[in-house]
Design a protein around this ligand. Structure first.
Ligand code: IPM
Ligand code: MG
Length: 356
């Protein structure tokens, strides 16, 4: 029997509720078959760790994760610690340290869930957003000078490398090729950003020639928001820069019914390092500790984790259980207008997986 070593990093806020729920669901899956088992290790990194140690994770934290098969992450964010510290000290440290350059965000309206789009029929909204996850607007390059003086200056420099753009566009074309519609929309802003985004467009054209069976189009990021609302069925696979995709993926999640459902994979497609799976929602301090969080975003992230491990049958079984649960409105959490608790949803999914 195969053993998969999974690092669990609940982080802060509702991450501490949804990651244990995800672990329960994975354990239920493992118990229902004999192909594989999980060995979980929990890491208590995040806001409390920062208060005790002055850092979000230990200096050799990446080494503790290196040998794992995958990482299940909750969220990082603390009302008492500046957001850029919690982000750069933990999540980005892992994403960038392990060169998880492809961030994949599927969005679909699941059974039983209403899209706020009145004109959105079944199957009309079925997207995968590919987010460049290693550079661009999140490169961290920049600085401040003259701090505290009237001439203070600050820069955040967006860095785009040919190698970085090539690899994410290739990844996106390949993903588009694997989906039934074989269509990719490349998001750009080359009308205003006349250097890096023009290079991005040029590389998209070059890479498209390697994928003659994939149709593709180009959309300016602002126009893309209107297209997502007005013509959702015209989109399938979407690729965008780090910041553009960050913004588009929140819109996508909201259009699919709730931020509480949306999953993410931070992938190192070359498998040199472990990849990391997490719900896209944040730490949600307003509801933390009350059992109200929607664990579906984490469960769907576990589906992506299983797919990454090559456990496609288990992934399909979990996705089936998720959809059976969302179809039952009595099991909707507060973000979906219901009153179910995290534990109710978790038990329902586990029950389906173990055939109880
Ligand atoms: C996301 C989040 C993060 C990001 C935040 C928490 C910094 O919004 O994963 O989309 O912007 O990358
Ligand atoms: Mg975001």
């Amino acid at each position: 029997m195969k053993t998969y070593r999974i690092a669990c990093i609940p982080g802060d806020g509702i991450g501490r509720e949804v990651v244990p729920a995800g672990r329960e669901v994975l354990a239920a899956l493992a118990a229902a078959q004999t192909r594989f088992r999980f060995e979980f290790e929990n890491f208590d990194w995040g806001g409390d760790y920062y208060r005790a140690h002055g850092v979000m994770m230990p200096a050799d934290g990446l080494d503790a994760l290196r040998g794992k098969d995958a990482i299940l992450f909750g969220s990082a964010g603390d009302p008492e610690i500046p957001d850029h510290i919690t982000l750069w000290g933990l999540r980005l440290k892992i994403c960038q340290g392990f060169d998880q350059y492809a961030n994949v965000r599927p969005t679909r309206v699941l059974p039983g869930i209403d899209s706020p789009l009145a004109r959105c029929g079944p199957g009309d909204l079925d997207w995968v957003i590919v987010r460049e996850n290693s550079e661009g607007e999140y490169s961290g390059v920049g600085g401040r000078a003259h701090q505290g003086h009237p001439i203070e200056v600050a820069t955040d420099v967006s860095i785009m490398t040919r190698a970085g753009v090539l690899r994410i566009l290739r990844f996106a074309f390949r993903l588009a090729q694997s989906r039934p519609r074989k269509h990719l929309t490349v998001i750009t802003k080359s009308n205003a950003q006349r250097h890096a985004m023009v290079m991005w467009d040029e590389i998209a054209l070059e890479v498209s020639r390697e994928f003659p069976d994939v149709t593709w189009d180009k959309e300016l990021v602002d126009a893309a928001t209107a297209r997502m609302v007005n013509r959702p069925a015209s989109l399938d696979t979407i690729v965008a820069t780090n910041l553009h995709a960050d913004i588009l993926s929140d819109l996508a999640a909201a259009l699919a019914g709730s931020l509480g459902i949306a999953p993410t994979a931070n992938l190192d497609p070359e498998r040199r390092y472990p990849s990391m799976f997490e719900p896209i929602h944040g730490s949600a301090f307003d509801i933390m500790g009350r059992g109200l969080a929607n664990p579906i975003g984490t469960f769907w992230s576990c589906v992506m984790l299983l797919e990454h491990l090559g456990e496609t049958a288990a992934a399909a079984a979990l996705m089936g259980a998720i959809e059976a649960v969302t179809a039952n409105r009595a099991l909707h959490t507060r973000d979906l207008g219901g009153s179910a608790m995290t534990a109710d949803v978790t038990q329902a999914v586990c029950g389906l997986l173990s055939g109880k």
